[in-house]
Write a protein that binds this ligand. Structure first.
Ligand code: ADP
Length: 189
């Protein structure tokens, strides 16, 4: 299996670039944000448990997130590989993912971090809020998500850097140009 983590702050373009990666490489895309939103929409027990936290811009507790992610991976035993989008967001999640993949004789091949500065992120999400109406895209909730990113999620980068797996890609500019850079990274594997 060839597994990648697509990493970046809220609004970095992970979803957009994931879609292009799936089309190109036939990998299975797992976005924990999308999974949570589907649970909330379906009003599942999990959705009911996490909806307030998410609307407020907070991270969902690791145990819940990890269990959901592992279940989703297990639904795809034939996969050539996965693109993990929005996961791991904490170091304990990264450790759990490594252990989980190792138990399947697999691993993370590479981690691609989309680099976008805060000013650009704020602009993009303000625009997305107009289109998506996501409750957690409102200015105060967005600030909470950016705070969560810089207090918890950012530490995932040195974790993968120490394993020699981290590549940074400039996430500002033309979508196809960014994708070309991403492909150059993926094609090394
Ligand atoms: P963004 O657009 O900010 O990157 P996502 O769509 O990936 O956001 O996730 C939306 C929300 O879902 C997050 O703010 C968080 O509350 C929850 N969430 C998603 N992935 C995780 C995770 N790996 N760990 C904890 N919470 C998560």
């Amino acid at each position: 299996m060839l597994n990648f983590v697509l990493f970046g702050p809220p609004g970095a373009g992970k979803g957009t670039q994931s879609q292009k990666l799936i089309d190109q490489y036939q990998l299975i895309h797992i976005s924990t944000g999308d999974l949570f939103r589907a649970h909330i929409k379906n009003q599942s027990p999990l959705g009911q448990k996490v909806s307030e936290l998410i609307a407020d811009g907070q991270l969902v507790p690791d145990a819940i997130t990890i269990a959901m992610l592992e279940e989703e991976v297990d639904k795809n035993p034939e996969a050539k590989g996965f693109i993990f989008d929005g996961f791991p967001r904490t170091v304990p999640q990264a450790i759990a993912l490594d252990e989980f993949l190792e138990s399947k004789g697999s691993s993370i091949a590479g981690v691609i971090a989309l680099d976008v500065d805060q000013e650009e992120l704020t602009k993009r999400i303000a625009q997305r809020q107009l289109e998506s109406g996501r409750a957690d895209d409102q200015a105060d909730k967005l600030q909470k998500r950016i705070d969560e990113y810089f207090s918890k999620t950012i530490h995932v980068l040195p974790y993968y850097e120490a394993q020699g797996k981290l590549s940074k890609v400039n996430g500002i500019g033309n979508i196809d140009t960014i994708f070309t850079e991403l492909r150059a990274v993926v094609d090394q594997y």
